[in-house]
Design a protein around this ligand. Sequence first.
Ligand code: UN1
Length: 533
Amino acid sequence: MITLRRSLAFSHLARYRSLSTRASSILNALEIPTSEPIHGVYDGAWGGSGDVHESVCPTTGEVLARVHAATPEELQTAIAKSRDAYEQFRHVPAPRRGEILRQIRESLAKKRDDLGALVSLEMGKIRTEGEGEVQEFIDICDYAVGLSRMMNGRVVSSERPGHTILEIPNPLGVVGVLSAFNFPVAVYGWNLALSLAAGNATIWKPSPSTPLCSVAVTKIIAKVLESNNMPGAIATLVTGGNDVGEAVVESVDVDMVSFTGSERTGRKVARVVQSRFGKILLELGGNNASIVMPDADLDLAVPAVFFGAIGTAGQRCTSTRRLYLHRKVAPEFISRLKALYASVQPGDPLTSGTLLGPLHNRTALDIYADAISKLRHADADILSGGRRYEHAPFDKGNFVEPTIAIPRSADAHDAIWATETFAPVLNVALFDELEEAINWNNAVPQGLSSSLWTRDIRNVGKWIGPAGSDTGIVNVNVGTSGAEIGAAFGGNKSTGWGRESGGDAWKQYVRWSACTVNFSDAAPLAQGVNFSA
Ligand code: UN1
């Protein structure tokens, strides 16, 4: 019966699917079928005959595709094939793994513009940001190619004669990557590149609302793997909903789970993975502040806050959500910022020049509406925005006015300040002393990114020192969002303490062994322990 229903669904779709040229030209360029249901599972072969997930364009409301997720059986097969792939791949020398990554990098670079356009089409971010996201994947591939010749262990001096201690990194196993809708390409890229260089297989469960980005990326990677005679299940894809994600998280065959998403879901994921003693890497909520001192260069600070708050329509984990202005600089800052906000027109994110695209989905609209209503109830001063765009053509998409508000209270424990609102809502408060602003910066549960604007080196010392900002990303005269790949990316406290991308992040993707080797003819015990009878 189920099979019959599925085959009816297939024939129905094959008959009725008709796409705008806006969408079909992008899908065609990436070899995503436009006339048949799309398989959302890859484990060396394409498949997927489970639930259907719709990809809906956030700009126009058009259904871009219906993608078939993994059934529970298909998912278990995909996990098993990932495991087998890992068992083969771990024997491939790391520099050879790097060479495969280099080819993936080249293939991504050839499709940079098309993939960037798909990100805009399906996620809703503007084109330059969509392309930037693909660039981030390309950059981390470059980084991981180099890393493939530098994932070094250590030789440690032994206290015993004729002994040597080696700290050896070996491949870890299967890495599950659960990514979010807001960065449907780059966050997977960070994980795939490091995981592959480390000799692992990955199994990717993307957000259910951005399946096309994951299919397009996986097609590119699969071609490279297959042309190198490598098992495709080194880069397995399983699209689907919560049930698919839960099965990946629960599987003892998945050695590490890298999860990006909300604090609420992250807490659940962490418990499950911890209870089976798997490794966990979390990238959860950000509630990021910019602090502006009286000596700041406003020509730099105002546009940076503008980009931080409005870029990606406020849907980056690193978006600026809190703005702390020194009382002396506040009037001028606010008037300049309001002028920039007033100049913003919403538009199709695919059209060049658009700065404000739609929110990703209806849920995001509700989150925005809820935040605005809480601000109104708390009698906040709404300086700009506060409404949905409801006239044509914006009524078809999820467009909202970017909002600046001054809440009555600056109490960082108040829900208005303490909650991450994944929408373009910027709350402002005024301060007199830097210490006060740093306390507010640190008083929220989240700890991803923060930025200080000053020309005074003494302020910088306070900001980056022991009593300074407690976030994972601590910037000076640089906005909260738009980090490069070279440093470790991630946050503290309820952001989950995870680190991805650059820095020492790769060290999590390997299994470390401390290996003491005795080359001598004696077998002394450490610490001088004497155990002779
Ligand atoms: C995210 O929002 O999940 O630093 C990732 C940035 C980007 C990555 C953001 N490079 O804003």
